[in-house]
Design a protein around this ligand. Sequence first.
Ligand SMILES: C[S@@+](CC[C@H](N)C(=O)[O-])C[C@H]1O[C@@H](n2cnc3c(N)ncnc32)[C@H](O)[C@@H]1O
Length: 272
Amino acid sequence: MLLKDIDWNILWQEAQLRKSWRKKEKGDWDKRAAAFAKRNDDSEFANRFFDFVKPKSHWRVLDIGCGPGTLAIPFAARVKSVTAVDFSSAMLQELEKRAHLQRITNIRTVQASWTDNWEESAIPPHEIVVSSRSLSVTDLRGALEKMNDWATEKIFIVDRVGNGPFDSDLFAVLQRDFEPGPDYIFTVNLLYQMGIHPTIEYIQLEQTRIFTSREEALASSRWMFDDLSAEDEKRLASYVDERLIYKAEGCWSFRRKSPVKWALLSWEKRKN
Ligand SMILES: C[S@@+](CC[C@H](N)C(=O)[O-])C[C@H]1O[C@@H](n2cnc3c(N)ncnc32)[C@H](O)[C@@H]1O
């Protein structure tokens, strides 16, 4: 077999089908929006992203799958404007709430999906197109082409490395299968076949995190599961408690067994 014979789009689709959990639809993200937003307020992830990405004041940024504004909000303070796109209305409401509180006025939200017709959704090309932890698509090649088409300068993607934010040991404790699905290496290979050679940086988060309460630490693990029984809850709590250290009032230190790692891929727009 030759390298060029490998269809990374199909490998991506097959790896997605092997995932241990089903693909989240719009309604699933709506339900998760408030908790996701809370967990990502003032996130270490966003700070680390901006260690690598140096925004320019003339940029108009298109953030696809923006969620509650994890990147859209800090981007807004650094660039001309942000178009924040997500198919979950609850996520967009979380973003708007935060933007309002911080008196940010240069973010426009658009409820749309990866596969919608963006011209009909009045989404014009932007200098920068970003997808952070939101490449939840069946047609990866189509999504990458679309990002390239909608950018006039540069594209940024944050993609999972290996397990991404999931803790495989916790899945084992709950006696669940763990298959996290495709990670960034599929995206890199597909880009290569499209004639794009992205820059790759890695964002590795601190293994130890500080929480203000035990409940907050539990929530940082509980989100990985949709359907916990009372017995599962007990197991999860004892797993977390084993790694949790009470430091002082409002200060709990939690050490994960393995760190969370993300890949940051970027490339200059490929002009056809
Ligand atoms: C893990 S969150 C990431 C949010 C944010 N970009 C971040 O890095 O924190 C994934 C987001 O992608 C959105 N999303 C998932 N599939 C989508 C689709 N097909 N079209 C548009 N948004 C989608 C979800 O609603 C969710 O807000």
